[in-house]
Design a protein around this ligand. Structure first.
Ligand SMILES: C[S@@+](CC[C@H](N)C(=O)[O-])C[C@H]1O[C@@H](n2cnc3c(N)ncnc32)[C@H](O)[C@@H]1O
Length: 276
């Protein structure tokens, strides 16, 4: 699919959603791993049960994938808000939420850079790879400031974005070409280096309490997906446990000093300071 220059546009994500509904999700084991990794990260850095109002900044996984994890949080607390700039994605996520018997009344279509919530009204924000779909770094900073505005003082932001320190992260020029050739499934945006992300968060008024890198497999995504799919089909289930074990072995790279060279995403826990 050819993608327009402004990946943050509603039209673009509505279009992606319509295609995704038709094609379905074909990487069950990667999805299972992604869901578990996100749930483990949230459990490590927040106490969901006592967190108060929780906001997730996109509903892509909830709309389409077994990689969803908001429904799992929805089983623990009903205080869950989900937003997405694509109405198609919100509608689809609501449909899926009903099937999982979780409350979807607070799933909204809106823009992460202009949230319809008052200042200091959210206790925990989970933003996994939403902010790396903007055409410029300035947009990322604008979105971070907006998350800082709605988060209460002392509230926690759990954020992941593409890690450009990863050894296999392609130059942005190549990604732009990939998109122009119609080979990317959707718009891939700019990202901030781990150091710049930390600096920016601190300037906005967050204290960065934790930082790590997650999902330790290489780019390009299409290759990893193809490999998982082929092994699963070839083995007709017989390789599933081996694939799971392989992913668990790769997870161990998070404990190494080289984690930012191998992890796909930078993940940070940032707490809003009283002085912000
Ligand atoms: C490709 S998905 C990836 C995110 C997903 N959490 C994941 O890790 O698979 C990007 C999602 O962010 C949403 N999105 C993109 N720009 C947005 C914006 N400015 N405001 C709110 N949602 C946005 C898209 O509609 C889409 O659902």
């Amino acid at each position: 699919m050819r993608v327009d220059r402004d990946g943050s546009s509603t039209r673009h994500w509505d279009h992606v959603a319509r295609r995704w509904v038709l094609n379905g999700y074909s990487n069950e084991l990667l999805a299972e791993h992604k869901r578990k990794t996100h749930l483990a990260l949230v459990a490590r850095w927040a106490n969901v049960e006592n967190s108060g109002r929780i906001l997730k900044t996109d509903l892509f996984e909830e709309a389409f994938g077994p990689d969803q994890f908001l429904f799992d949080l929805g089983q623990v607390t009903s205080n869950v808000i989900g937003i997405d700039c694509s109405n198609e994605i919100v509608v689809q996520a609501k449909r899926q939420a009903k099937q999982h018997n979780v409350d979807e009344s607070k799933y909204l279509c809106c823009e992460v850079r202009h949230l319809p919530f008052p200042e200091n009204s959210i206790d925990l924000i989970i933003s996994n790879s939403t902010l790396d779909h903007f055409p410029s770094e300035t947009d990322i900073v604008t979105a971070l400031k907006e998350l800082g505005r709605v988060l209460r003082v002392g509230g926690t932001l759990i954020l992941t974005i593409d890690n450009k320190s990863n050894l296999t992260y392609p130059p942005y020029m190549l990604m732009r070409l990939w998109m122009q050739l119609g080979l990317a499934p959707y718009f891939i945006g700019k990202t901030l280096s781990p150091a710049k992300l930390r600096r920016t968060l601190e300037e906005i008024g967050f204290a960065v309490e934790e930082s790590t890198a997650i999902f330790h497999y290489p780019h390009p995504d299409a290759l990893v997906r193809w490999l998982e799919c082929s092994l699963r089909k070839m083995g007709r289930g017989k390789f599933d446990d081996a694939i799971r074990k392989g992913l668990a072995v790769l997870d161990k790279l998070e404990g190494k000093r080289s984690k930012y060279l191998t992890g796909r995403y930078v993940a940070v826990k940032a707490v809003k300071s009283a002085t912000s």
